[in-house]
Design a protein around this ligand. Structure first.
Ligand code: FAD
Length: 302
């Protein structure tokens, strides 16, 4: 299991394979977990989810961008998404990654890109979630959020439970709308729990803390044990339904997504789209090699 995880994480970071994947389109199983390559296809997927009572957070796929031109193009595309959300009046908001907007190129350049997006979204009252990436980008991403939230309140972020510092961060950001996750990147034992059980325990601790003390909690997991625990916890503590939501990734545990929405819980699906699907998809395989089944299904459904 550990080896498979390392292998897929290694593949997710391979630049040659990444650019090859862009050229060859949505191949293998990626099609079942990526909602199309353009805004039109993505909006159709969002509408289909909205009809089932599911709200969406839209991710224009892309990360670890090292060219200004590419980062600017990504910003323009996210602005297109904001316009499309408004034009089609779909129930959706934005998720984005700072490294797609140039965090590795220049902090100020990235800040300006992010500000343009948050400002445009703010005009339509659309929320923007800053996804959290690997540890090297964690503090600069929090710095971007701190600076932006002086002027805007339609912004929130993610706390990754595998980090030792997560408890401090959740305390500091408790007045933000937060997505809580276990954490998807390979991190060193100096900064992050490695043991799955310890990560799960910390995840539950953070969820309970933010549900009791925080603003709005997005519980982002496919783990039925944690979902069941949360259901019982909110019942026992009289936490109102409008204080939290469950989130899952597009294409994963689809029946459970619909079921949770039917049970009356707020549910939000993370909807990635675009041609830069490779790193995203490989991380999903690293998390759960059984996701390779999605590849199998896709191949046989052709
Ligand atoms: P896991 O620990 O992978 O699985 C636990 C158990 O749940 C499994 O043993 C299995 O029994 C069951 N299970 C899990 N998946 C399935 C499935 N597909 N089918 C059947 N059973 C299943 N990470 C970041 O680092 N930064 C982010 O910004 C970020 N954003 C995210 C947004 C969303 C909406 C989601 C859902 C995840 C996000 N992640 C992010 C990824 C996250 O950190 C985890 O890596 C990922 O969700 C896998 O952990 P898990 O909690 O889903 O369950």
């Amino acid at each position: 299991m550990g080896l498979a995880k390392d292998f897929f994480i290694y593949l997710s970071q391979n630049k040659v394979l990444n650019s090859g994947a862009k050229r060859y389109g949505l191949k293998l199983g990626a099609k079942s977990v990526v909602a199309g390559t353009n805004v039109e296809e993505m909006i159709e997927s969002v509408k289909a989810l909205n009809i089932q009572g599911i709200s969406c957070t839209i991710d224009n796929l892309g990360e670890f961008v090292y060219e200004r031109e590419e980062a600017t193009k990504a910003k323009e595309q996210i602005l297109n998404v904001i316009e499309a959300i408004h034009e089609h009046q779909v129930d959706a908001h934005i998720s984005l990654k700072p490294t797609q907007l140039g965090l590795d190129i220049d902090y100020d350049f990235c800040f300006k890109n992010l500000k343009d997006i948050v400002e445009a979204a703010n005009r339509y009252n659309i929320f923007v979630n800053v996804d959290m990436e690997d540890y090297g980008h964690l503090q600069p991403s929090f710095d971007l959020i701190d600076e932006l939230s002086k002027s805007y309140n339609n912004i929130g972020t993610v706390i990754q439970a595998y980090f030792f510092r997560a408890e401090e961060d959740i305390e500091k950001y408790k007045n933000y709308r937060l997505r809580l996750v276990k954490g998807a990147y390979k991190e060193s034992s100096e900064v992050a729990y490695q043991d799955k059980q310890l990560i799960d325990q910390n995840f539950v601790r953070l969820i309970e803390y933010h549900l009791l003390h925080g603003k709005f909690t997005s519980i982002a997991t496919h783990d039925h044990n944690i979902i069941n625990h949360v259901k019982q916890f909110v019942k026992d503590n009289n936490i109102p339904l409008d204080k939290f939501e469950f989130q899952m990734l597009y294409g994963f545990r689809k029946d459970m997504q619909v079921q949770l929405a039917k049970e009356g819980f707020n549910f939000c699906t993370y909807v990635p789209f675009g041609d830069d699907w490779y790193g995203y998809f490989m991380r999903r395989l690293a998390e759960r090699p059984a996701n390779l089944q999605l590849v199998g299904k896709q191949v046989f459904n052709k």
